[in-house]
Design a protein around this ligand. Structure first.
Ligand SMILES: Nc1ncnc2c1ncn2[C@@H]1O[C@H](COP(=O)(O)OP(=O)(O)OP(=O)(O)O)[C@@H](O)[C@H]1O
Ligand SMILES: O=P(O)(O)OC[C@H]1O[C@H](OP(=O)(O)OP(=O)(O)O)[C@H](O)[C@@H]1O
Ligand SMILES: [Mg+2]
Length: 286
């Protein structure tokens, strides 16, 4: 049995359900936000448990869950001893040291002897300890941006991605403290004992790889085939099939980089390709 802990709400909930669905493991029962706590999947050996992202590192460390999806910031903050298997490419964020816009503080050293409010006390303490700067860390459980404006702290260390919340709260970043990504994480013992974990990892990674590729199909007059082959990179070269058509014609299929499609189609039209179709790929297993 494999138990996978996934965030029951918040910004990671939907993209996590989506990536498992694409990987062939849809959640039975819909995984509605923060109400359903356990769900079966299409594999009788795999069960999802829904938890707060902040609790998942320890659930995975102690083996309550064999696998989990959560942010590296939460793993490090809790000092969880787990394996980070795969960067899931969504939810990247930064922990940033910030002060009120009106503050005279401009660099990290100016924080010596000051008070810093944060939801990440361990990461914050380590950051300043490594710089030999003595600060007072005040742990809060949310609304961190308010603390410097009400005299609770002189600065904050908080999570950010667009920077909108800090700007709205008239906070000026001073330094980046930590860079975070969302990972598929694993319990160390489970990783050794449960083969199915590598199946889950491969399935997830096949979805991530497929998102960067497109499947392209076209018809090419025989006389233009060489010019088209020069343009189509393909993974191991294009697939070429003869087409039943009034004139000698070939169907050319290939897997290409998604971010090359716009330029590629323009070039293919110039060398005579027609009836060009571009399709998404659900999974790509090299
Ligand atoms: N503003 C953000 N931008 C990008 N990623 C974020 C942001 N806030 C949090 N994350 C990432 O999402 C993970 C989960 O964040 P968090 O624990 O705050 O839950 P949430 O998704 O914000 O839901 P809630 O905070 O309402 O419980 C974090 O570990 C972090 O990696
Ligand atoms: O840089 P930004 O894009 O503005 O994101 C920063 C905000 O994101 C997180 O809040 P979230 O939206 O997760 O709500 P929460 O406070 O309930 O966690 C974090 O607590 C910040 O408030
Ligand atoms: Mg949040």
């Amino acid at each position: 049995m494999i138990r996978i802990a996934i965030p029951n709400k918040g910004r990671l909930h939907e993209p996590t359900l989506a990536i498992f669905k694409d990987a062939g493991l849809p959640v039975y029962g819909g995984g509605n936000e923060s109400r359903q706590l356990i769900a079966k999947t299409s594999d009788p050996d795999i069960t999802f448990i829904f938890a707060r992202a902040a609790d998942i590192p320890l659930f995975v460390e102690e083996g309550t869950a064999d696998l989990g999806i959560t942010g590296l910031d939460l793993v490090v903050e809790r000092g969880a001893s787990i394996e980070c298997l795969t960067d899931l490419k969504y939810g990247s964020s930064r922990l940033v040291l910030a002060v009120p816009e009106s503050s005279p503080i401009t660099k990290v050293e100016d924080l010596a002897g000051k008070r810093i409010a944060t939801e990440f006390p361990e990461i914050t303490r380590n950051f300043f300890k490594e710089k030999n700067i003595d600060v007072e860390v005040i742990e809060v459980s949310g609304a961190c941006e308010m603390t410097p404006h009400i005299g609770v702290a002189d600065a904050i260390v908080d999570i950010t991605s667009s920077g909108t919340t800090m700007m709205i709260n008239k906070l000026r970043p001073v330094s980046q403290v930590f860079e975070s990504k969302v990972y598929l994480i694993a319990n160390k013992d489970s990783l050794k004992q449960k083969d199915k974990i590598s199946d889950v990892k491969t399935a997830i990674e096949s979805v991530l790889l497929a998102k960067t590729k497109r499947y392209i199909m076209m018809n090419v007059p025989a006389g233009n085939l060489k010019d088209v082959e020069k343009i189509i990179p393909g993974m191991n070269g294009p697939t070429i099939m003869e087409v039943e058509a009034p004139e000698p014609t070939f169907a050319v299929h290939a897997v290409v980089e998604a971010d090359q499609i716009f330029v590629l189609i323009r070039k293919l039209k110039i060398v005579g390709a027609r009836d060009i179709l571009v399709l998404p790929i659900e999974r790509l297993i090299p």
